[in-house]
Design a protein around this ligand. Structure first.
Ligand code: AMP
Length: 287
C-alpha cells in the first residue's frame, strides 16, 4: 500500500491506473476508521480496480468552537486496517498541500448548505464541498464512496457534482451500526459509558418513526412528534433537529413519501450525533 502526500503524485497514480484500463475509486475520510468506513472501502474494492482512501482532517469544515484539535487521529491503526483490505493508496496530505498559503477559493452549494447540519454548523458544508471538490480534482476518480449516515452531506455533494458537471459517480453506502443499533461514528469514542447508553435514543426514535410509517402515518409533523416523544425520557440528550425532508433539496416535506429523508441530530453531552433513514415504499427501511 502506497502512502501519497502530494496532489501531483496522487494524480499521476490515478492517471496511470486509468491508462491501464482500471476503474479508479476514491473513499474520502477523516481517519479514525471504523467498520462504517471499511464498508465503503469494500464497496470500492468491489466496484473498482484501483482504490485510494484519503485521510484528511479538513480544518475548513470545523467551526471555531468545534473539535478540530481533539478530533481522533489513529494513523497506524488506520493504515493497518486499509492494508488488510487491499487498498492501493492512502492519500494523507498536509493541510498546506490542500490549502496553499493564501488559498481563497471555496465551493458553496447555496441553500442546501444552510439546512440540517448546515444550520447548526454554519460553514460546515462549505468546507466539505470545498475539500471534496479538491479531492476529486486531485484524484480524478471514476467513482467516489460516501455513507448515508451523513445524509445531508450526500445531498450537498450530489448537487455540487451535478452543478459543476464533475465526471464522477457518487456511490452511497448504508449506515453501519454497532450491535445495539448505534450508528458507528468516529465521534462515538468521545462518549462516556453512560453517554454511550443514552445515545441509543437516536435509533430508538427512528425505529418509533419507522413503525408509525409502517402503521400508515405519513404526516411529517406527527412523525416528528413521535420522534420527540422518544427523547422525552432522555432529558440529558439535547435534540438539535428532527427533520422530514426531500433528500435532494433538504426542504421540509408535509407528507413523507418513498425516498424522503427522516433525520435526527442530537447532543449527547458535548458530542453531536447523527442518524437517519430513507423512507421506502413497502416497509420502512432503516439504513
Ligand atoms: P468521516 O471520516 O466521518 O468524514 O466519514 C467518512 C465517510 O464514511 C463519510 O462518507 C461517512 O458518511 C462515512 N461513514 C461514517 N460513518 C459511517 C457509518 N456508520 N456507516 C457508513 N458510512 C459511514
Amino acid at each position: 500500500m502506497r502512502v501519497i502526500q502530494t496532489i501531483s503524485e496522487l494524480r499521476q497514480w490515478s492517471r496511470l491506473a486509468r491508462q491501464q484500463g482500471n476503474v479508479v475509486g476514491l473513499v474520502p475520510t477523516m481517519g479514525a476508521l471504523h467498520a462504517g468506513h471499511i464498508s465503503l472501502v469494500r464497496e470500492a474494492k468491489t466496484g473498482c480496480d484501483a482504490v485510494a482512501v484519503s485521510i484528511f482532517v479538513n480544518p475548513t469544515q470545523f467551526g471555531p468552537n468545534e473539535d478540530l484539535a481533539k478530533y481522533p487521529r489513529t494513523w497506524d491503526a488506520d493504515c493497518a486496517l486499509l492494508e488488510a483490505e487491499g487498498v492501493d493508496v492512502v492519500f494523507a496530505p498536509m493541510v498546506e498541500e490542500v490549502y496553499p498559503p493564501g488559498a481563497a477559493t471555496f465551493v458553496e452549494v447555496e441553500g442546501l448548505s444552510s439546512r440540517l447540519d448546515g444550520q447548526s454548523r454554519p460553514g460546515h458544508f462549505r468546507g466539505v464541498a470545498t475539500v471534496v471538490a479538491k479531492l476529486f480534482i486531485a484524484a480524478e476518480p471514476d467513482r467516489a464512496y460516501f455513507g448515508q449516515k451523513d445524509a445531508a452531506q450526500v445531498a450537498v455533494l450530489r448537487r455540487m457534482v451535478a452543478d459543476l458537471g464533475l465526471p464522477v459517480q457518487l456511490e452511497i453506502c448504508p449506515i453501519v451500526r454497532e450491535p445495539d443499533g448505534l450508528a458507528m461514528s468516529s465521534r462515538n469514542r468521545y462518549l462516556s459509558a453512560e453517554e454511550r447508553q443514552r445515545a441509543l435514543v437516536l435509533k430508538r426514535a427512528l425505529d418509533a418513526v419507522a413503525a408509525a410509517i409502517a402503521a400508515g402515518e405519513r404526516d411529517a409533523e406527527a412523525l416528528q412528534a413521535v420522534a420527540r416523544a422518544s427523547f422525552a425520557d432522555q432529558p440529558l440528550v439535547k435534540i438539535d433537529y428532527i427533520a422530514a425532508v426531500n433528500w435532494a433539496t433538504l426542504e421540509p416535506v408535509e407528507q413523507v413519501r418513498a425516498g424522503d429523508l427522516f433525520a435526527v441530530a442530537a447532543w449527547v453531552g458535548t458530542t453531536r450525533l447523527l442518524d437517519n433513514f430513507i423512507v421506502s415504499n413497502e416497509s420502512p427501511q432503516l439504513g
